[in-house]
Design a protein around this ligand. Structure first.
Ligand code: SF4
Length: 286
């Protein structure tokens, strides 16, 4: 089994949106068993030979503990920056579970982003701290697909609804939003108040791996091909049933447009419900 160090880190805007939450921590690395064909992290690491989807490396818990010790109670850390923290390997190694317990002990807010329904299983529901835990559960299609090895969309939808029913801060993460793959009737029936939408951006790697119609992706920004703003606005008209809608953007002008004209929270496209400590300087000891 391979191990790797996983300190929290700032990621480049090249793979990020204009997101507030750039402190990220991976419990598994150098590969993700979900092996999505459009995966940006895989695109970055595979050509250097640092990606193994079958056997991801496991984070060093000592490094995680050290990283968490550097955080303050006003920080929010995203678990799962380059890989999914609830990929199947978690069933055996429980590094994500151990990390959540550490974050709870230190009263640090955490944002879990995942494509797995494991996130809403009893074992984890019993551990999350409602004041600290925030969730984004990703779907990219409303029917079973062959471009992700993650649990099927309906299981993820069930997980979203379970977290929501339990009173957690949870969003449907429609990312990437590929309009052809989404049945809006199914999407609009999901029982959750929040949705975060991110559109697909295409680079050379994704174009080679992921075979869909790219004819509408005519806007070049930051080395990626994107939909034009007008097309994005048109596609968003079908997303209706959520009381708190948000678009996370990569194209800066589009980010400004959606922040000012669409997003529930102009200052936070992730739209987390946070109650952060007014004592940002407080350092926590282990
Ligand atoms: S779940 Fe995320 S990190 Fe894992 S392969 Fe898919 S896109 Fe990449």
């Amino acid at each position: 089994m391979k191990y790797f160090d996983s300190p929290y880190k700032q990621l480049s805007r090249k793979i990020n949106t204009w997101c507030n939450y750039t402190q990220r921590l991976d419990t598994y690395g150098c590969g993700c068993q979900h092996d999505c064909k459009y995966c940006y992290a895989k695109g970055l690491l595979a050509f250097r030979g640092h990606w193994n989807s079958n056997e991801p490396a496991i984070a060093n818990i000592k490094t995680i503990r050290k990283a968490i010790n550097q955080l303050t109670v006003s920080d929010v850390i995203r678990i799962g920056g380059m890989t999914d923290c609830f990929q199947p390997i978690e069933k055996t190694h429980k590094l994500t579970l151990a990390t959540i317990k550490l974050l709870n002990n230190h009263k640090i807010n955490y944002l879990i982003v995942t494509k797995s329904d494991m996130v809403a299983s009893d074992e984890y529901l019993n551990v999350y701290d409602k004041k600290l835990a925030h969730f984004q559960v990703t779907i990219t299609s409303t029917s079973v697909n062959d471009y992700e090895n993650a649990p099927p969309p309906q299981k993820r939808i069930d997980a979203i609804e379970r977290l929501y029913n339990c009173g957690f801060d949870v969003s449907v993460r429609l990312s990437p939003f590929i309009p052809q793959n989404i049945d809006l009737t199914i999407l609009n029936k999901i029982k959750c108040n929040k949705i975060l939408i991110e559109f697909l951006k295409i680079n050379h790697w994704i174009r080679k791996q992921f075979d869909i119609d790219y004819s509408e992706y005519s806007l070049r920004f930051g080395g990626h091909d994107n939909l034009q703003l007008e097309r994005k606005i048109e596609y968003l008209k079908g997303v209706q049933s959520f009381s708190q809608k948000s678009v996370g953007e990569y194209v800066y002008e589009h980010h400004k447009y959606f922040s000012n004209n669409y997003n529930y929270n102009k200052n936070d496209c992730c739209n987390l419900t946070l109650n952060l400590s007014p004592e940002p300087q407080l350092k926590l000891a282990l």
